[in-house]
Each structure stands twice: as structure tokens, then as C-alpha cells.
Design a protein around this ligand. Structure first.
Ligand code: HEC
Ligand code: HEC
Length: 819
């Protein structure tokens, strides 16, 4: 007995130490490069990368034949035929056989033999013993996942309630947040930057909360308000505006894969997608508690409520469906498991900051998530109805559901249906009358041809009206399948190669309370949603407050805001992160309260002044000694241009695609094997001047012309699930701002709107003051004024001089930046 215990202890101890060794070793901890390593880096790696990665790497998403060549263990373990290299033995190494074209059935690369010189280099490398310095020490040992050891990672530990630290400069903090930040700065003998001026602060908070700069009236009101709560009043005004929801809904859309198009093939339109977008705007504007927001998006169809609440919650499940779903895929089993994978990846990234998709084909190589746990979660989505076969050829459609209606909505719809039917009948009668009239005329007469020429247009309208009959409101929404069940492992993601059945469940490493039991006749989505939305889940609140922090301060406290796993970054202020996560939950998961506290902090008031001493100590501003300037994103930039030019049109939402125009839809014929396609020929009236969030988002090709800015200013590609956009600076952006006819139009509008006041021309110096306030949200300086007047006086054509001036302002850095 004692002996057995001792053996067990030794075994466990050995496992633990192997694990810890793996945890500690880092990319940087490498020995001096030996000749072999150098040979690999200089001669071998470039060949593999150039010639093989396209089909054998994670980066490309292709691991053909099961062989990954982007890591050492990839070839060590090898693919379907076993190890790809036997170090030192060229004759026995499959890689060499394939590149020598020694086996007619397996020749690599398939589309042409490598140059002899490259083959010789690879042979030499294998003969040397295949030195390969690439990091191959996965955290998870082959023996399985060690949950207790995995929980040592900071992000998997329960959220703590840290003590607010003491600081020396006691009059600086306005909120506990500030004490946490200041304490760290003081430790490093750094000072927070001086407060910025009120103009800059107002422009900053307006752009951050609404995506729009303040108007001159708003600026004047704030500057004149010397009361103690002037700042808070601004924050509340902005948080109460519809514009707040319009801006923050867009942030969330970056995590959903949303577009107004389903998949990339055939321009299949997502007719009801806009309802999910409008749901999000409402959710932010009504400050829907984030735990409820989670439940609705994952399991809204299973929640009780009033008619309106149920309609909203059903619509919310569009989160799981509005993604790049390739409905033209002919292998339907593959479509189903790929959609499940997409859903898991999205839920994992958006709510948990985890890369769940990495455990689809093998245990997660870095995080304590087993392949079984992937299938435990995947079973929940396998039991969820997402796609189905439609009448067109090989095509599938994504699921939609009828929404419950209020009586008022029903009445409105009945009226619409009556009007629609009346119009349709008129067209059909007109067509018959024309036909009759024409038939009575001579065949080749002109008269008759004129009449007949009206028919194709009528045909098109009739076909369109017969296709788009008004129906009860629908939204893309999931439901449970008829017979929910557990799922079998798909070997390497192949739905035709099945492994063992895995009971549905959740991730062990972050489960601190007994698991929610999944009823046998349900998918388990509700239990999943509750598990994610639980205050005991260590990731959800942390990930969420960090995302919000990132939107306001430029970088998250955890900079890898979409990934909190072992390979992610550590928080710069772990205590502050936990403090915020805890307070967030205490405040009923209110995003609005969290945002309000952040923008009213002293930290958010700091200036952006460059401080060489601070830069020397903390070049990346990790300790937040200043507020770094940020470039506006595509939407803010376009929306601000419209606002400043005075042409921004308000919108209360509604369809993005103008499907009511027959010229926007093709392929409505009864015998089509393809679903109808959407073409953007016509917009809704006024739509082009609405905020960018209301413009259609397409999956294939460039974004439509009025939203051209999206193509140039780092818009998240719809298929990407990424909470933080890259910020690039490329010459095409400057060229666009200088040459685009849209910007020139805005400049002309801006010039025109500042030319007169109450019908009387404005005097030039007043006019430029107004221009500065409109575009830069601050008063013009003396020097700027003198220089501008100089420029205007030197021009002969005054009107174009003013337009040029406006153009310069709109294309300038200061307009492009939020300081
Ligand atoms: C255009 C895609 C493509 C490129 C490029 C490519 N491969 Fe392949 N490779 C494949 C496919 C597909 C298979 C699976 C073939 C099969 O199973 O019949 C495969 C299989 C293999 C296998 C067999 C794996 C096994 O265990 O069965 C080896 C070895 C291999 N490739 C090596 C290479 C090397 C080395 C390169 C680069 C010099 C390379 N391949 C480039 C597509 C590619
Ligand atoms: C479609 C299947 C598939 C998916 C999805 C997948 N991998 Fe792999 N991966 C493989 C295969 C096959 C191998 C080689 C055999 C093995 O190690 O199991 C491999 C090997 C690896 C290796 C090197 C092997 C080792 O033990 O060090 C790493 C690291 C890795 N994968 C990481 C990831 C990460 C990170 C993700 C998610 C982004 C991911 N994989 C997703 C199929 C996949």
C-alpha cells in the first residue's frame, strides 16, 4: 500500500515537473545558434515556407495529408503516413522521397518539381540530422491535460477583490481606477501627464462615445459650464444619445463576422441581417446588462419574456449565424461541422478570449483545453439548428424564425400587405390591357412596338412583387434540433472520419462551481450561456472590461484583448483589471456605468504630451502616463466628415439592402438552381448620407462606394473575428483624402454651410473661427488665423479658395486624430 502510494507520488511529481519545465521555457531561451540551426534558418526554412506552407501550415489553414511543416513536431509526428523525416536518413525520409518524385502517387509539391539546388539543400539538411530550432514544447504533455496546473495561469484564476492602493499624490485620483494607475507610476517614479484642456477632452469623449466630434453649440455649452458636474453632464448626454449605441454596436459587430451577405459565393443576400444590427444598437442604448446580452445572443430563443422581449432575444441569436457561412458547400456534413466550429470560435473569442478552434484536431497545444472538451462544447452547437437545405441546387440557407408581433405591428403589416397586393393587381391588369391593345395592332407597326416595350419592365416588377410578398417579421435565428445529442469527435475536423462520442459539457479549467446539467431534450445552449455569464467564470468579466478599456485608452490592460490564454500577454495592471471586473459584476454588468466611470477618471483627462523621461522608462506607455493620440477609424472618419459638412442624415435603423428595388435583385426566375443575388444599384432615399453602420457590408469584393473609406482605413474584414483593429498608415489614405470626390464634396458643403448666417454673409475672420470649431473642435490660434487670412487674400477665386481651405482642414492630421 505504502509502496503504491509512493510510486503514484513519484509519477505525479514527474508529470508536474515536466509540465512546469514546459511552462517556463520561452522562445527567447534559446542556445547560441549552432551551424545546424543557422543552416536551417538560412537555407531550409525559406524553402519550406515558400514551397510547402501554402498546403502544410496553420497559417494557411491547410494541413494536407495531416502533415504540418510549420513546427518541428509537425514533421516529427508526421502526417497520415507517419514521421516525415528520419533524421540522418535521406533514403528513409518521406519528405525526400516526395520531393525527388520517387513515388508516382506522392509527388511534392504537386504542381512541379523543386529546382535541383533546393532538393540538394533539403537532402543535406536531413543528412545533417534535420536540425530544427523551432519551438516545439507544447504546454500540454502527450499524457493529457493537467487542470490544476493549468489553473495557475492568472486568467484562469477566480477574480479577486483587490485593495485600492495608497498613493502619495492624493489629490490626483478622481476614482479608484486612478489610484491603481498612479500607484504603479509612483513606483516607477513617473508622473501622470497634466490634464488636457477642456476642448481636447470634449472632442476625445465625444469621438470615443459616439464616433462624432462635438458641435460648436456643444463646445460652447461645456466651456461655459463651470459647475462641478460639467464633465459628468457631458458623459451622460453622450451616453443618452442614439449615437452612443450606433458607435458601440459597431465595436461589437467586429466580433461577430457580420455582413449583409451570406457566404461569399453568388452574392446571396442576408435579408434580415439588419435586425441583429438594430438589436445591438438598442442593447447599448438601453444598457442591457451584459450577462443578459450574453444569454440572448447564445440562447435567446429559449428565454421567456413579453412579445417585444422575445422578438429581441430571438433576433439576438443572429450572433451565431451572421457569419461567413459557405452555403454553397456541397458536402453538407462538412458545412454543418464547419458552422459548429465557427460558432465555437466566435463564442470563445468574443466572451472568453480563448482560441477554442485550436482544440478541434488535437488537444490545445498551449492552453489546458482537451480535444474532448472541444467536442463537449461542439455537441451543444451540433444540437442547434443553424443551416438547412433550400430548393436551389446544392445550396443551403441559414435558419430564420418568425418574430412574435404586437397587435400594432400586425395592423401595420396588414395595411402593407393590402397595399402590396393592390399594386401587384394593378400591374397585372395593366400588363393584360397593354397586351390586348398591342395584339389588336399590326405586327410591325410602330405603335405596337412602343406598347410592347413597356412589358419587360412590368414583368420584372410583377416577378419581384410576387417573390417579395410582405410576411410576418423574420430574423436569422437558431433553434434546437429535434433530437439533441452528444457529438462524436471528427478526426482532424473531417466529418466523415468519426471517433468516440463526447458527452456535452464545458471547459474544466475555468469551471469553479458544479457544472450546469444539460437536459436531455435540449441543446444545452442556455446552460452554456449561463456558464459564460456566471460571476464565477474567471474570463467573461475580465475579457469584457478589458475590451471596453481598450476602446477608450487605445490598448487593453491585457493587450492581446482577444486571447487571454497562456500565449497571450499578461495584464499591465492585474489588480486594476480584477477591480474593474468585480465592480462590473457588482454594478449589474452595466457597460454604461463602466464606460462612465472610465471617461470620468482623472486618467482619461490626461494630455498626450510627449515626455522624454517617461518614454525612456516606459516607451510603450504601458503604465499609462499619458493618453496617446489615436487615428479615427473608418466609420468615425466618414461619419465625422458628414456631420461637419452638415449633411449627416439621422436613421432609426431598418434594412441595409434596398431589396424593394427590382434592379437590385437578380435570379428570381422559378427554375433557378441558384438563390437570387443582390446587386447594389440603388440605395434607400437618404441612406448614403447616414452613418456608416447603416450602409450595406459586402463579403466579396470591395465595400460599396459611399463606404469606400472602409476599404482604406482598416475596417475589419467581415469574416474576421477581431476585437481590435490594426491601425495602418499608408500613402493611399493621404491620397484618398486629397483626391476623393466624396471628400471634395464634403469640403464644398462645409464651405457653403459656413458662408452665411441667418441669410447674411459671414465676415472672413468669423468664418474661419467657425471652421476651426467645426473641424478641430477648438478655437483658432492667432498664428493660424493670420496665415489663413493671408492665404485667402492671395487667391483670386474666393469661392474655390474657401472650398480648398475646407478641404485642407478635412484632410489634415488634426481632423483625422482624436487627441
Ligand atoms: C499545392 C499544395 C501542396 C504543396 C505546395 C505541397 N504539398 Fe505536400 N501534400 C499535399 C497534399 C494534398 C497531400 C496529401 C496527398 C495524399 O494524401 O494523397 C500532401 C502530402 C504530403 C506528404 C505526405 C504526408 C503523409 O504523411 O502522407 C509529404 C511528405 C508532403 N506532402 C511533403 C511536402 C513538401 C516537403 C512540400 C514542399 C516542398 C509540399 N508537400 C508541398 C499538397 C501540397
Ligand atoms: C484542421 C486541424 C487542425 C486545427 C484546427 C489546428 N491544428 Fe494544430 N496541428 C494539426 C496537425 C494535424 C498537426 C500535426 C500533428 C499533431 O501535432 O497532432 C498540428 C500540429 C500543431 C502544432 C505542432 C505540434 C506540437 O506538438 O508542437 C502546434 C503548435 C499546433 N498544431 C497549434 C495549433 C493552434 C495554435 C491551432 C489553432 C489556431 C491549431 N493548431 C489548430 C491540425 C490542426
Amino acid at each position: 500500500m505504502i509502496l503504491r502510494l509512493l510510486i503514484l507520488f513519484v509519477v505525479l511529481f514527474a508529470m508536474l515537473s515536466v509540465h512546469c519545465a514546459n511552462l517556463i521555457s520561452e522562445d527567447t531561451a534559446q542556445p547560441n545558434p549552432t551551424a545546424g540551426t543557422l543552416f536551417f534558418k538560412k537555407q531550409v526554412f525559406p524553402i519550406l515556407k515558400k514551397r510547402c506552407f501554402e498546403c502544410h501550415s496553420h497559417e494557411s489553414g491547410e494541413i494536407n495529408g495531416g502533415l504540418a511543416l510549420d513546427s518541428r513536431s509537425g514533421w516529427e509526428l508526421g502526417g497520415d503516413s507517419g514521421p516525415a523525416i528520419v533524421p540522418g536518413e535521406t533514403k528513409q525520409s518521406l519528405i525526400i522521397e516526395t520531393i525527388r518524385y520517387g513515388n508516382v502517387d506522392l509527388q511534392m509539391p504537386p504542381d512541379g518539381k523543386l529546382p535541383e539546388s533546393e532538393i540538394i539543400l533539403l537532402e543535406k539538411w536531413v543528412a545533417m540530422g534535420a536540425p530544427d530550432p523551432r519551438r516545439t514544447d507544447p504546454v500540454i504533455s502527450k499524457k493529457g491535460i493537467d487542470i490544476e496546473a493549468g489553473r495557475k495561469h492568472w486568467a484562469f484564476q477566480p477574480v479577486r477583490v483587490p485593495k485600492v492602493p495608497d498613493v502619495t499624490e492624493t489629490n490626483w485620483p478622481l476614482d479608484e481606477i486612478d489610484s491603481f494607475l498612479l500607484a504603479k507610476l509612483e513606483l516607477d517614479q513617473l508622473h501622470p501627464a497634466d490634464d488636457t484642456n477642456r476642448y481636447t477632452w470634449l472632442r476625445r469623449i465625444s469621438l470615443d462615445l459616439t464616433g462624432l466630434p462635438p458641435t460648436p453649440q456643444e463646445i460652447e455649452a461645456f466651456i461655459a459650464d463651470s459647475s462641478d458636474d460639467a464633465y459628468a453632464r457631458v458623459a451622460d448626454r453622450l451616453l443618452d444619445s442614439r449615437a452612443y449605441g450606433e458607435r458601440w454596436a459597431r465595436h461589437w459587430l467586429d466580433l461577430t463576422g457580420y455582413a449583409d451577405q451570406i457566404g461569399t459565393a453568388n452574392k446571396v443576400y442576408a435579408e434580415y441581417g439588419w435586425r441583429y444590427r438594430d438589436y445591438l444598437i438598442d442593447a447599448f442604448n438601453s444598457d442591457k446588462p451584459f450577462n443578459q446580452f450574453i444569454r440572448e445572443q447564445i440562447a435567446g430563443d429559449l428565454l421567456p419574456g413579453t412579445v417585444e422581449e422575445r422578438a429581441a432575444a430571438i433576433t439576438a441569436t443572429g450572433f451565431l449565424l451572421l457569419d461567413n457561412i459557405e452555403v454553397g458547400e456541397s458536402d453538407k456534413m462538412k458545412l454543418v461541422v464547419d458552422v459548429v466550429d465557427q460558432q465555437l470560435i466566435k463564442v470563445g473569442t468574443a466572451f472568453l478570449g480563448m482560441t477554442l478552434g485550436c482544440a478541434r484536431c488535437h488537444d490545445h497545444k498551449f492552453d489546458p483545453i482537451s480535444q474532448n472538451e472541444y467536442y463537449a462544447l461542439a455537441g451543444i452547437f451540433m444540437s442547434t439548428d443553424s443551416t438547412h437545405k433550400v430548393k436551389y441546387g446544392v445550396w443551403s440557407g441559414i435558419r430564420s424564425a418568425q418574430l412574435p408581433e404586437t397587435t400594432a405591428q400586425q395592423t401595420e403589416r396588414d395595411l402593407k400587405t393590402q397595399k402590396h397586393n393592390k399594386q401587384l393587381t394593378t400591374w397585372i391588369q395593366t400588363r393584360a390591357a397593354i397586351r390586348k391593345k398591342a395584339d389588336a395592332l399590326e405586327k410591325e407597326s410602330d405603335e405596337r412596338k412602343k406598347l410592347e416595350a413597356q412589358i419587360p419592365n412590368l414583368n420584372r416588377n410583377i416577378q419581384h412583387a410576387e417573390f417579395f410578398v410582405p410576411t410576418a417579421p423574420r430574423a436569422y435565428a437558431v433553434g434546437d434540433v429535434e433530437k439533441p445529442s452528444d457529438m462524436r469527435i471528427t478526426i482532424r475536423g473531417n466529418p466523415h472520419a468519426l471517433g468516440e462520442v463526447v458527452p456535452r459539457g464545458f471547459l474544466k479549467v475555468i469551471s469553479y462551481s458544479p457544472p450546469n446539467k444539460i437536459p436531455a431534450n435540449q441543446s444545452g445552449r442556455l446552460e452554456l450561456a449561463n456558464w459564460i455569464a456566471s460571476p464565477q467564470n474567471p474570463l467573461t468579466a475580465r475579457v469584457t472590461v478589458n475590451r471596453i478599456w481598450q476602446k477608450l485608452f487605445g490598448e487593453g490592460l491585457v493587450r492581446s484583448s482577444d486571447y487571454f490564454g497562456l500565449r497571450g500577454e499578461s495584464p499591465s495592471h492585474p489588480d486594476l483589471l480584477d477591480f474593474l471586473a468585480h465592480r462590473f459584476v457588482q454594478n449589474g454588468w452595466s457597460q454604461r456605468k463602466l464606460i462612465r466611470s472610465l471617461v470620468l477618471s482623472r486618467a482619461y483627462r490626461m494630455g498626450g504630451t510627449y515626455n522624454p523621461q517617461a518614454v525612456a522608462k516606459d516607451p510603450e506607455n504601458r503604465l499609462l502616463w499619458r493618453i496617446a493620440p489615436q487615428r479615427l477609424d473608418a466609420e468615425s472618419l466618414r461619419d465625422s466628415l458628414l456631420l461637419v459638412a452638415g449633411t449627416l442624415q439621422p436613421s432609426s435603423g431598418g434594412p441595409a439592402l434596398a431589396l424593394e428595388y427590382p434592379e437590385n435583385v437578380s435570379g428570381l426566375g422559378p427554375n433557378n438552381v441558384n438563390p437570387p443575388s443582390f446587386h447594389l444599384n440603388k440605395y434607400h432615399p437618404g441612406q448614403k448620407s447616414q452613418r456608416t453602420i447603416y450602409l450595406p457590408i459586402l463579403r466579396s469584393g470591395a465595400q460599396p462606394a459611399p463606404a469606400e473609406l472602409r476599404n482604406l482605413f482598416d475596417f475589419t474584414q467581415p469574416a474576421e473575428i477581431a476585437g481590435q483593429r490594426p491601425i495602418t498608415t499608408v500613402p493611399t489614405q493621404a491620397l484618398f483624402l486629397m483626391n476623393s470626390s466624396e471628400i471634395k464634396k464634403r469640403a464644398a458643403e462645409l464651405a457653403a454651410r459656413t458662408a452665411t448666417l441667418d441669410g447674411k454673409p459671414i465676415e472672413p475672420s468669423k468664418r474661419i473661427e467657425k471652421l476651426w470649431l467645426l473641424t478641430y473642435s477648438r478655437p483658432i490660434s492667432k498664428e493660424e488665423k493670420a496665415e489663413t487670412l493671408n492665404f485667402l487674400n492671395s487667391q483670386t477665386d474666393t469661392q474655390s479658395a474657401w472650398t480648398d481651405l475646407c478641404h485642407v482642414l478635412l484632410a489634415s492630421n488634426e481632423f483625422l486624430m482624436r487627441l
